[in-house]
Design a protein around this ligand. Structure first.
Ligand SMILES: NC(=O)c1ccc[n+]([C@@H]2O[C@H](COP(=O)([O-])OP(=O)(O)OC[C@H]3O[C@@H](n4cnc5c(N)ncnc54)[C@H](OP(=O)(O)O)[C@@H]3O)[C@@H](O)[C@H]2O)c1
Length: 324
């Protein structure tokens, strides 16, 4: 089968299109013909060598699958050949999804939402699963509460806005000005220009000085450092990024805040919950651009540069677009 593999860490040109053996499903595993995958920042972080001790070369990265079951291993009862499925492969364990076929344990695979194309489903599994973990499992966001979603035009952010709205929250989000309309179309109640406004001041203005109940941090760095200032008393902060710099928690202390760290976990239950929201018309990923398997290096360069026109996700059509 064809795959895009890394034999060395580096820039987008470190990828090579190559032929590798088609995987064989073991007991409890499912072999999936990958119709679509997508690009996540984790993929370029892996590619450039941010996690060398966790990635063994040569490596196939890629963290989203939407496709069709080709074969099942012994003991698999939930799926049969021909089923349309979606999932996020285990992170840092086994091969990723930049390939024509992928094998995974049946318990992390879900039936693809019928309302989504393969390109859309592959653009939702990782970011949707992460937003679910952050807002539902960890922050336990409640109807009537307020939330600030940092990076509302990004992969996780645009899905988190929709999820928070479906949970009945008032949603504020930071985006660049060019993405105001996009963020509003996702359901944001308040948009804050992160390039030209102080987001803490904006949140305090919008909440009559109380702050927000929950913050979802998708940015880290200085953005994360200042975030406790925007929290209400007993506020919850969920961050999904690795914390590379020391944090001064003085404001978190004063707010009686709680911190949650999310490294997304895979399970079918979460996919089914997302699927139900999709079917009810409450959640839909935005595919901002589509590339072929061979053009993954271009897609990486585009996501990393985060050019002005990019919103939502970059999808990869592994099966050509006529039938994605
Ligand atoms: N822990 C986990 O399980 C997990 C899961 C998924 C993702 N992540 C991590 O979460 C981060 C975001 O992932 P993603 O898929 O959403 O990435 P993405 O699609 O690249 O989106 C990032 C967004 O952040 C915006 N942004 C950049 N600087 C900002 C700032 N100072 N304030 C507000 N927004 C800003 C960008 O907007 P512009 O277009 O204006 O630049 C872009 O819309 C990445 O670091 C990723 O590795 C972690």
């Amino acid at each position: 089968m064809k795959a895009i593999a890394l034999s060395t860490f580096g820039g987008p040109d470190a990828f090579e299109l190559c032929e590798v053996p088609k995987p064989v499903p073991g007991p409890g595993q499912v072999l999936v013909r990958v119709h679509a995958t997508s690009i996540n920042p984790l993929d370029y972080q892996v590619r450039r060598g941010d996690y060398p001790s966790l990635v063994q070369l040569p490596a196939i990265t890629g963290h989203d699958v939407s496709g069709v079951v080709e074969a099942v291993g012994a003991g698999v009862t939930a799926f049969a050949p021909g089923d349309e499925v979606w999932y996020t492969p285990q992170i840092f364990h086994g091969a990723g999804s930049y390939a024509e076929y992928h094998v995974a344990a049946e318990n992390i695979i879900g039936k693809k939402p019928a309302a989504l194309s393969h390109l859309e489903a592959a653009s939702l599994s990782l970011v949707g699963g992460t937003a679910w973990e952050a807002l539902v499992v960890r922050a336990a966001l409640r109807a009537g509460e307020s939330i600030l979603v940092h990076g509302g035009a990004g992969g996780v952010g645009h899905v988190a806005i929709q999820l928070a709205k479906s949970m009945g929250a008032r949603v504020m989000t930071t985006v660049r000005e060019a993405n105001f309309e996009f963020a509003c179309s996702m359901g944001a109640d308040v948009v804050i220009d992160y390039q030209n406004e102080d987001y803490v001041e904006a949140v305090m203005r919008e909440t009559a000085g109380h702050g927000v109940d929950v913050v979802l941090d998708t940015i880290g760095g200085d953005t994360l450092s200042r975030t406790p200032e925007a929290l209400a008393q007993l506020g919850r902060l969920v961050t999904i990024v690795d914390i590379a710099q020391p944090q001064n928690l003085i404001h978190a202390w004063g707010k009686n805040a709680s911190y949650h760290f999310v490294f997304t976990r895979q399970n079918r239950g979460k996919l089914n919950e997302l699927s139900a929201l999709v079917e009810r018309g409450r959640l839909r990923p935005h595919v901002g651009a589509t590339y072929s398997l061979a053009d993954i290096p271009l897609a990486h360069a585009r996501l990393e540069s985060r050019d002005n026109g990019l919103r939502g996700k970059i999808a990869i059509a592994v099966v050509p677009p006529a039938n994605p």
